[in-house]
Design a binder for this molecule. Sequence first.
Ligand code: FAD
Length: 502
Amino acid sequence: MGPCRWTWSVSSRCVLRSLLARLQTAGALGLRKRLSTAPSSPLVCIVGSGPAGFYTAQHLLKHHKQVQVDIYEKLPVPFGLVRFGVAPDHPEVKNVINSFTQTASSNRCAFYGNITVGKDISVEELQQAYHAVVLSYGAEDNRQLGIPGENLPGVYSARAFVGWYNGLPENQNLEPDLSSETAVILGQGNVALDVARILLAPLDLLRKTDITASSLKAIAHSKVKQVWLIGRRGPLQVAFTIKELREMISLPGTKPLLHPSDFEGLGDVIKDLPRPRKRLTELMVKSALEKPSEKDSARWASATREWGLKFLSSPTEVLPCADGTRVAGIRLAINRLEGSGESAVAVPTGRFENLECGLILSSIGYKSLPIATSVPFDAKQGIIPNTMGRVHNVPGLYCSGWVKRGPTGVIITTMNDSFDTAQSVLDDLCSGRMDPSVPKLGFQSLRNTLQLRGVHPVSFSDWEKINASETAKGKEVGKPREKILDLEMMLRIQLKPARGVT
Ligand code: FAD
């Protein structure tokens, strides 16, 4: 199922069919009257301006020529995790922003930033104002470790750490303690590798990225030299992908620590693995068991920092230092695997290991939160229960992205599921399940309410002023942008005339 499966001709036929259906019931007199007015434009509201929000909007606008889309975003700046999640040294991933900007520039699309749905305006109010509401608000919380000591100073969620170096305003006071030599990352996914890379990357590499100046300064003083990525299962179950692993293995100034014993015997299994897993495992096996090339030997001999993968280990307790004021290590239960492949289960052996470290970053997953009591929420799975993006038992309410399917998958995965959701909206319009002739006023009907509540929406052209200011500041120091870290400051810039922005 792709973006093009709904063509203009299908859309036109659909509009025509629904128009005819309404004309038939209206009778001959009404017929002439209705023919003189176009059918009402369906008004769709999208909550969240990350990839899910923008891809949903893109599909709707492309495949329905009357639909009007309003995107509500809680921050004054758009793009969700593309801005605040994707690693600063992966600028190519952020190119999707160009197509999102194109979507936002449509005269049938409006962006309303600085509005938190569920606080500034309720989902019910949006439902009254729009024919359809699509919830695409992502997964902004993180899963807890649920072990003693997890709140000790020195333990952070990877979510907060990523937000800190990527300029997310709410994480700017994190002040992660980077004063110890060993860091432990709990988790073996791509976010864990991103975090390890940022901790260990040469400063010259980071300096050219859009990492924030304040985090770059802190990282410049970091004492972290060794990073362990801990997984509760084995090498065949790691969640990171080959590109990220390759990048880590060739990270200048660092050496991988892969214990040969973890990989011996995998040769027999590899040949039957699905291709991506096979290539990934081959790379790990090669790096762990084969003699390195001369170039790699030389590079690793001069490396000042190192990172390693530790398998079959589940954290059971964060160990405090002698006076109990901060983290000094982590206690790990040693597991064995029952079963094989993706479904293998980690079973404790009853043995334990203590690993000394002064920094722990928990990268065990993001989590969506409920937005309103009126919106069904599956707390166990952390998603809004839905079928093809249609929220169960709430007509006119849809969801897309991480809040629809859970916090896994890359931007392309999010794109596909958002197109599916948008298609469900279009199908419902076509089938008459949603009636765009019911009068709705969209943002117009909420403007006063928001004003009375002291909420000042930020438009897309306001964001462009913020963008211009950030890129101008970045240019001065050879970076793509210098992010503004403070909400108040963002709002102040947005109020200045565009030409005055520096
Ligand atoms: P989000 O991107 O989180 O967007 C949700 C938006 O909703 C946010 O802008 C948020 O501010 C807004 N919002 C939240 N609550 C409200 C509310 N109440 N009212 C209004 N607005 C609200 N994928 C890749 O392909 N390549 C990568 O390199 C990559 N790196 C990643 C790095 C990290 C650290 C993470 C966590 C993910 C990464 N991903 C990457 C995955 C990718 O970011 C996700 O697939 C994608 O962002 C999910 O999109 P989303 O729109 O569902 O959520």
